[in-house]
Design a protein around this ligand. Structure first.
Ligand code: ADP
Length: 501
């Protein structure tokens, strides 16, 4: 594989800054080290379907070493004043901004998301570092008018200890930033197990942290597959687990944490209902639906993958969305003109195309797409599928109920608000939901009735660090971001002081 890469040169041509034969060690206690058993794995560029990089593949023994290193660093890091922790995070934010293009290109090379989206993601990661720095600088407990005579009472917030963060490939740095920076801001240390699809963007981010002045051992990165994640989740000396990924893996991690009463935050799957009422601004609604279906090539937990359209406007809206989907520019994610890139990995391609077969068997009406992209050698080589929409879908079908994680929509119609809410909530997930209407009563009623951690009205897929993000039901436990984000990375201690007089 390596020889083929070097001789035909395609990888080196697109990414001269990341030579295909470069070696990357685990980051443990500030050092780059090989895996103890010497194993390695390769990344796969999804546009070229081509392997690159020689990445150390950690096992349980490496995880154990990384956790020991984080434990050893904990007492020192927690005693750094919050203001000084904030200073390091701010220096880190500045370095991320300086390296934003490099981090964006690295993520495109790993997961095939468009350069435009990944440039935004790099800046979003820097913004998160600054945001959590400001929370660190403002960390505080509370004092109370004493409930008892001759006593004083107050609370303090203390870091939990060693955090184990297990992260996915679809937005590797942003989704990590919601764990890493609040954990560090609050005085915890961390071991990160990035997805095996996107290991190197996380490694680079951590290296920038060292440059910013992080003491050794505060941030450790163990690359590897699910077994390394499992070892981290089950490690007895990890006090808090923070995970974003599939619901099935989230359940395994929650069970591992429960065995020792570890703190757990989980951000899991979604199958967002995206509802359009006849009084909506249909031009904007159609664009919102297209974004909901295709942002990140549909590989997003906050995708609007169930499209619910009122019967009066159903045919028109479906026709317009189908047309827009078929017109999207599919291509090289490094090209700023590209609107939709490849899927991130070979397993993901196999999964998404399996739903084309399932949809044929279930008998849904194909509006557009429904196959791998073709007609161009580059598209046929890469891990591409056509943006796809099915209509007339039964909400109980697999197409409507299961998270596909690709640009594949399941559309259905409804006639009353009650029916729309019933269909929207009839799903195990509850991460995001949205609707388009100008009726202010409906805005209040439905935003209360929809069972989702985030509800978007007349917009889709917007977010900000000030607002909490997370799911109900099988979409997760706890919230990330928000002004109270450090609560998820601290213990509250109540202190009572008895006075002699
Ligand atoms: P996907 O199937 O989309 O990759 P996963 O939830 O399996 O989603 O992966 C998210 C993260 O969880 C990755 O870093 C992966 O390596 C890790 N992982 C996979 N299986 C396990 C497991 N059993 N325990 C802990 N982490 C795991």
């Amino acid at each position: 594989m390596q020889d083929e890469q070097l001789t035909d040169g395609a990888t080196t041509a697109r990414f001269p800054d990341f030579p295909a034969d470069a070696e990357y060690g685990l980051l443990i206690n500030g050092q780059s080290v090989p895996a103890m058993d010497g194993s390695t794995f390769a990344c796969v560029d999804p546009f070229e379907d081509r392997e690159w990089g020689v990445v150390a593949s950690g096992s349980a023994a490496d995880v154990d070493l990384a956790v020991s290193s984080a434990r050893a660093a904990f007492e020192r890091w927690r005693s750094v004043s919050p203001g000084n922790r904030a200073r390091i995070l701010l220096r880190w934010a500045a370095l991320i901004e300086q390296h934003a293009e490099e981090l964006a290109r690295l993520q495109v090379h790993e997961n095939g998301k468009t350069i435009t989206e990944m440039q935004g993601a790099s800046l979003g990661t820097a913004a998160a570092a600054s945001f959590y720095a400001s929370l660190a600088a403002n960390m505080h407990g509370e004092t109370f008018e004493s409930p008892l005579p001759r006593h004083r009472a107050w609370t303090v917030r203390e870091p939990i200890g060693v955090v184990g963060a297990i992260t996915p490939w679809n937005n590797p740095l942003v989704l990590l930033s919601w764990k890493l920076f609040p954990a560090l801001a609050a005085g915890n240390t961390i071991v990160i197990k990035p997805s095996e699809v996107t290991p190197l963007s996380t490694l680079r981010l951590a290296q920038l942290g060292l440059e910013a002045g992080l003491p050794d051992g505060v941030v450790n990165v163990v690359m590897g597959a699910g077994a390394a994640g499992k070892a981290l989740a089950e490690h007895p000396d990890v006090d808090k687990l923070a995970f974003t990924g599939s619901t099935a893996t989230g359940r395994a991690i929650a069970l591992a944490g429960a065995a020792r009463f570890a703190h757990v935050t989980l951000e899991l799957g979604g199958k967002g209902p995206h509802i359009v009422f006849p009084d909506a601004n249909l031009d904007r609604a159609v664009e919102g639906l297209v974004t909901g279906l295709t942002a990140g090539t549909g590989q997003a937990c906050n995708a609007g993958s169930r499209v619910l359209v009122h019967a009066d406007i159903h045919d028109e809206v479906i026709e317009r969305v189908g047309r827009r989907l078929s017109e999207l520019r599919v291509g090289d994610p490094l090209d700023p003109e590209t609107e939709i890139g490849p899927l991130a990995s070979r397993p993901q391609l196999a999964k998404v195309t399996s739903y084309f077969d399932i949809s044929r068997e279930e008998g849904h009406r194909l509006v557009t797409g429904g196959q791998r992209a073709s007609g161009d050698a580059a598209l046929e080589r890469g891990l591409f599928v056509e943006p796809t929409l099915y209509a007339g879908v039964d909400n109980r079908s697999r197409l409507a109920q299961e998270e596909i994680f690709g640009p594949v929509g399941a559309a259905m119609s409804f006639t009353t608000d009650e029916e729309a809410v019933r269909l929207a909530n009839d799903i195990p997930y509850g991460l995001t939901a949205g609707f388009w209407t100008k009726d202010v009563d409906r805005v209040h009623r439905l935003s209360g009735q929809l069972r989702a951690g985030t509800v978007w009205v007349n917009t889709w897929r917007v977010g900000g660090l000030q607002l909490p993000f997370g799911g109900m039901k099988a979409s997760g436990v706890g919230r990330e971001m928000g002004l109270n984000a450090l609560d998820a990375y601290t213990e509250t201690k109540s202190v009572w002081l008895g006075l002699d007089s």
